[in-house]
Write a protein that binds this ligand. Sequence first.
Ligand code: TXA
Ligand code: MG
Length: 321
Amino acid sequence: MSRVVDPTPDAIEAAAARLRAGHPVAFPTETVYGLGAGTLDAAALEAVYTLKGRPDDNPLIAHVAGAAAARALVTRWDTRCDALVERFWPGPLTLVLPKAAHVPDRATAGLATIAVRAPRHPVAVDLLAAYGAAISAPSANRSGHVSATTARHVADDFADVADLLVLDGGPCAIGLESTVLDLTGATPVVLRPGSVTEEALGRVLGPVRVLRIDTQAASPGTSMRHYAPRTPCVCVETEELVAMLAETAHPVAVLCFDTNAVPSPHRPIAMPQGAGTYAAQLYDALREADRMSVERIVIERPPETNEIWKAIVDRIRRATA
Ligand code: TXA
Ligand code: MG
């Protein structure tokens, strides 16, 4: 059984002690929960891969207290990094840079680059301070499954794991994984869209390239099917929703904007109209739909009227791939 605890100073100290002893710990960030181990502790990182069932070749994000700690893990830090960190850290922006020699291969899946980000959730900040070094953490879900945005989600995914400590920092405010930005080349490349948008990055950096998600990306974690519920999942246009539900005899779960559009026996889950609140609720809604034990999950396609919606639709595409 996982152990979900309130993030009291004692609990944070206990979590840091567990990290020092080489045990993974789950903790909240403003994006999603992470399953962390010391970045320089290769054996503990191995345990994270085993717990998640994560493919060996999928690299991790190193969480740091700030720019100074990030610089210690990389060999190149330029004025673009200073400008980005000034504007977006602590927060949901991950930078990919050439890795320093002392960082173990397990922290980067053998890549010559490392992903670094300073989270802003106070519990993550406190845990980094108590541990006193970088913490590498993938999202705290079983590999391939929907990311965890509450401590309960983590406990559900790792219900069979003896004694995993989960710091409960409440529901994640953002609910979408961080924007991953590759700064190893002359032109910055967004490897994974998130709440720090291309437009916001462009205001700091000038032109930014965005990797199309239907092509296999520079890193394996960006492969198509990901963030997926266990139940088969489809996305349909609003105009097609009513006809489709009328033709479907077996109950399906429907993530929709207007629950009145969903006749019985189908099971509506109301989604918010605003992109920010939609993002914060998406993974919880997918997990709720999974628990309904229906044959299919149907997601009403959101508008792609701004870049947050685009990041949301990116995750929906991966869930339905
Ligand atoms: O918001 C987040 O980023 C959350 C919280 C816990 O910080 N973490 C997260 O981790 O989403 P994970 O492991 O689920 O996703 C990390 C992503 C993957 O797509 C991975 O391929 C990419 O970051 N990544 C990590 N290191 C990389 C590298 N050196 N080069 C390119 N991509 C990298
Ligand atoms: Mg993940």
